[in-house]
Design a protein around this ligand. Structure first.
Ligand SMILES: Cc1cc2nc3c(=O)[nH]c(=O)nc-3n(C[C@H](O)[C@H](O)[C@H](O)COP(=O)(O)O)c2cc1C
Length: 372
C-alpha cells in the first residue's frame, strides 16, 4: 500500500490538504504563484469586496512574542523570544474586483491542478448588498475560481451588516449563503467568526442556506498590550487603537474547541480548520477532529511571506505520518479523519475517583434518577 496525499473536499480534488488562508500571503498574483511553486495544495485569496477600502496609517499587522524565562507578552523583538501570536487590524483587499479577475484567470490557467478559492465579502442590509455578493461570486467563478469562501468573520468592520457582524447573526448567515448559492456553480464555504456564544447555531444557519463547508477560525477579537514605559498601546495611531484580530499559536486551543463543537454537531458535513497551524502536529489535531483541509496564515507570513518552508515541512511530516500508520490502514486522510472526534465529551462523562457523589453539578433528588 502506498500513501496518498491527495484529498477530496467539497467535491474539489486537492493535491494535498494544506492551504494558505485568506490574508497577506494571498493578496497578490506574485504571492499566489510563489505559493503554488512552493507546494501549497490550495489558496484562499485575500477577501475581495466592492466597497472602497482604506487601511489605517502604519502597520496593519504585528507579532507578539513571549520569553522563555518570564510570561511577558510583547510586540518588542527580544533575543530568544518565541512567537505568541499575530495581531492585525488589516481590512480586506484594497484591490478592486476588476484587478482580481484577470489575475485569478492567469493563476488558475498556470496551475490547473491547484485549488484557488476566492474569498468574497459584501454587506447584507438590503437587496442591493445581496446583489453585490452575487456579482462577486459570478465574477470570481467566471474567472476560474474553484470555489468561494464567504467572509462572515472579519473582526474589524464597523458596519453592522458586514464581516463578523454577519457571522454573529444566524438570519444573515442563512440569507447571504442562500443568495450566493442561487448563482454559484462552484462549492461555497462560509468562514465564521469564533466570537459568538455557540458557533453551532451560525453553522446550522449556513447549512440551511446551502453551504458546502464551514471554515473556522478567523482571528479572535483582541487588543494589543499597553507598554508599561510609554503607557501607549504597542500598536496605535495618534495614541488610539481599536479591536483587532489575534492569530497564531495563542489561538490554537481555542480554535480547536470551536472546531470540536462544529464537527461533533455535524459529523457528516465538511470543515476546513484554521488557527495556529505551523506543522503537522497542529494540523493533525484538526484532521482527527474531522477537518478535511486546513489553512495557514501567521506561520506563513513569518516564513518568506508565503511559507515555502512551512509547506515543505507539512508535506514531509504528512507523508511520514501516513507511512508510520500504514499498518493501521491509514493511507489517506479519509482513513483517519475524525478518528478522535468522539473523545470530546461532557464533563460528567469523564471518569473521576469517586463518582457516587457527583451528579453533573446538580443536586441529587431523593427518590429520582441522577439528573444528567
Ligand atoms: C494580517 C492579516 C490579514 C487577514 N486578512 C483576512 C482576510 O482578508 N479575510 C479573511 O477571511 N481572513 C483574514 N485573516 C485571518 C486569517 O485568514 C486566519 O483566519 C487567521 O489569521 C488565523 O489563522 P493563523 O492562526 O494561521 O494566523 C487575516 C489575518 C491576518 C493576520
Amino acid at each position: 500500500m502506498s500513501v496518498d496525499v491527495t484529498t477530496k473536499f467539497t467535491g474539489i480534488t486537492f493535491p494535498n490538504p494544506f492551504l494558505l488562508s485568506s490574508a497577506p500571503p494571498t493578496e497578490s498574483e506574485t504571492n499566489i504563484l510563489r505559493a503554488f511553486e512552493a507546494g501549497w495544495g490550495g489558496v484562499v485569496t485575500k477577501t475581495i469586496g466592492l466597497h472602497p477600502v482604506v487601511n489605517v496609517y502604519g502597520a496593519k499587522a504585528k507579532f507578539m512574542r513571549t520569553s522563555p524565562d518570564t510570561a511577558v507578552v510583547s510586540m518588542k523583538k527580544r533575543p530568544d523570544a518565541a512567537l505568541h501570536s499575530s495581531w492585525n487590524w488589516e481590512l480586506i483587499s484594497d484591490k478592486t474586483l476588476d484587478w482580481w479577475e484577470p489575475r485569478i484567470r492567469r493563476i488558475t490557467d498556470a496551475f490547473p491542478d491547484r485549488v484557488l478559492i476566492a474569498s468574497i465579502m459584501a454587506g447584507s442590509g438590503n437587496d442591493k448588498e445581496l446583489g453585490h455578493w452575487q456579482t462577486l461570486a459570478k465574477a470570481c467563478q467566471n474567472a476560474g475560481a474553484d470555489g468561494l469562501e464567504l467572509n462572515f468573520s472579519c473582526p474589524h468592520m464597523d458596519r453592522k451588516d458586514m464581516g463578523s457582524n454577519i457571522g454573529k447573526d444566524q438570519g444573515l448567515c442563512s440569507v447571504v449563503t442562500e443568495a450566493v448559492k442561487e448563482v454559484a456553480k462552484v462549492p461555497v464555504w462560509c468562514k465564521l467568526t469564533p466570537a459568538t456564544a455557540d458557533i453551532v447555531i451560525e453553522a446550522a444557519a449556513c447549512f440551511r442556506g446551502g453551504a458546502d463547508a464551514i471554515v473556522s477560525s478567523n482571528t479572535f477579537p483582541s487588543l494589543p498590550l499597553i507598554d508599561p514605559e510609554t503607557l501607549d498601546f504597542e500598536i496605535n495611531v495618534d495614541g488610539f487603537v481599536s479591536s483587532g484580530g489575534l492569530g497564531g499559536p495563542a489561538i490554537l486551543p481555542m480554535a480547536l474547541a470551536k472546531m470540536a463543537q462544529l464537527t461533533k454537531a455535524f459529523p457528516e458535513k465538511s470543515f476546513s480548520g484554521i488557527g495556529g497551524i505551523s506543522d503537522m502536529s497542529q494540523a493533525l489535531s484538526y484532521f482527527l477532529l474531522g477537518c478535511g483541509t486546513v489553512q495557514v496564515c501567521t506561520a506563513a507570513m513569518l516564513d518568506h511571506a508565503i511559507g515555502p518552508n512551512i509547506i515543505k515541512r507539512l508535506d514531509q511530516q504528512y507523508r511520514d505520518f501516513l507511512e508510520k500508520h500504514e499498518a493501521e490502514g491509514w493511507s489517506s486522510l479519509e482513513d483517519f479523519r475524525g478518528a478522535r472526534r468522539d473523545r470530546v465529551v461532557l464533563q460528567s462523562e469523564i471518569r473521576r475517583p469517586d463518582a457516587s457523589e457527583y451528579h453533573a453539578g446538580y443536586d441529587a433528588v431523593e427518590g429520582y434518577a441522577t439528573p444528567v
